[in-house]
Design a protein around this ligand. Structure first.
Ligand SMILES: Nc1nc2c(ncn2[C@@H]2O[C@H](COP(=O)(O)OP(=O)(O)OP(=O)(O)O)[C@@H](O)[C@H]2O)c(=O)[nH]1
Ligand SMILES: [Mg+2]
Length: 392
């Protein structure tokens, strides 16, 4: 058989375990992230320690071991489980002779490769520049070569560094300005939706759990233009980087606004969360959250915890939540079924989607009352108000 696949860069992954009970899980995530960034994980190791070594992250013995192992496996990149200081990265690159990528840079690279819309591109670019700014070094005299730029440029002048810093500072301001303009357009749309008083339901959860598939399922069953309004679905981390907002029309004139947004992962870089504020706004404004969980994943419990901690970080508090255990078709359990505030379902199964809609209806419209209103022809103003309250 002929293998036409381009050869992937070989990566060695490693981390320091400060007695963290979730350490193994973080390393599993790191391996998945590395593969999502188009690299092949060829080996891994870790060091148990009481604290991080300030200058080099690992102790000397561990660094030598990693260099030998990684060289033997022909790894070109060393991927690390934490965000490192610029000094730690530079020292490790010198000592291992490999390109060193920390967890933050890895996530930023994946986001950059996935961004499609103008807003997502700007948000990722902003987070990347903010990450790079404190990492500029006199040895790097070219903005395009900041990372992995080699050591050939050592000795380049301080003034060049200052110039680079200024350039990046200016770029950051310009992007922030552009983002503000995009965000204010979104705010206008969102204000209109808030005014309409149609309840807002937001899909949230770990990346690749099936949020977008759930949205498409609800659109297929409960939207007149379902087929045209489908969102992008793919078996990969961070397929969605934007927020899509759709109207779902259930029976008896019950409607709600459904939003689907970027997925979560542990230790999401702070800068990234910060620059995706506008994208995540819809989640903060929701009346109900649907926390989509991949019930077939052995790490499901940690994934639920991760989602909760990202929600805490973005300041989502006190919003009622349904936990929606998805991909039940990949388990041996009976589905769909509702248990209290939870549902076990499969987003690709129409029966499941209908049951999910029932649960949403119960949670969102429980205090709604049905009544008939007869208005005289002269009550045009009142009629317009009624229409507006029901308009998306
Ligand atoms: N077997 C099975 N696959 C599913 C189900 N729901 C989603 N998937 C698959 O899981 C993968 C991820 O689905 P998405 O809907 O893109 O997941 P997401 O949560 O939107 O992911 P991101 O946008 O990347 O955060 C896709 O390959 C889907 O086809 C399900 O109920 N059963
Ligand atoms: Mg998605």
């Amino acid at each position: 058989m002929i293998d036409n696949q381009p050869k992937k860069t070989k990566a060695y992954i490693a981390g320091v375990n400060l007695n963290d009970p979730n350490f193994d899980y973080y390393m599993t995530e790191l391996a998945n992230l590395t593969e999502a960034d188009n690299m092949e994980v060829v080996g891994q190791s870790y060091q148990n320690a009481e604290s991080i070594v300030a200058g080099t992250y690992f102790g000397v013995g561990k660094i030598n071991e990693i260099r030998t192992m990684a060289q033997g496996l022909k790894a070109k990149v060393l991927v690390l489980n934490d965000e490192l200081t610029p000094v730690q990265i530079r020292n490790l690159e010198k000592l291992t002779k490999m390109r060193v990528i920390d967890r933050t840079e890895l996530i930023l690279e994946i986001f950059a490769s996935r961004a499609r819309t103008k807003q997502a591109k700007l948000q990722v670019q902003l987070a990347r520049l903010q990450y790079e700014l404190p990492r500029l070094h006199p040895s790097e005299n070219n903005l395009d070569q900041q990372r992995g730029g080699g050591f050939a440029n050592r000795g380049a002048g301080e003034s060049k560094l200052e110039m680079n810093r200024r350039t990046i500072g200016k770029q950051i301001s310009a992007i922030k300005k552009e983002l503000k303009a995009v965000a204010s357009q979104e705010e206008i749309k969102s204000a209109r939706r808030n005014q309409s008083r149609i309840p807002k339901v937001a899909l949230v959860g770990y990346t690749n759990a099936g949020k977008s598939t759930t949205m498409n399922g609800l659109l297929r069953e409960f939207s007149k233009e379902g087929a045209d309004k489908q969102v992008f679905v793919k078996d990969m981390l961070f397929a969605t980087l934007d927020t899509s907002v759709r109207r779902i029309d259930l029976k008896d004139n019950f409607s709600f606004i459904l939003s689907d947004t970027v997925g979560f992962i542990s230790k999401l870089p702070h800068n990234l969360v910060e620059s995706f504020k506008a994208t995540l706004q819809e989640t903060k404004d929701a009346d109900l959250l649907i926390n989509v969980v991949d019930a077939s994943d052995p790490n499901m419990v940690q994934m639920i915890r991760t989602t909760q901690s990202v929600l805490d970080e973005i300041g989502v508090k006190g919003i009622p939540m349904i936990t929606a255990y998805n991909k039940a078709d990949k388990t041996d359990r009976n589905y769909p079924q509702i248990e209290g505030n939870d549902i076990l379902y499969s987003a690709i199964d129409p029966k499941s989607i209908k049951l999910l809609a029932d649960l949403i209806t119960k949670r969102v419209f429980s205090n709604y009352e049905k009544f008939e209103l007869t208005l005289p022809l002269s009550a045009g103003k009142e009629l317009a108000t009624c229409m507006r309250m029901h308009k998306f």
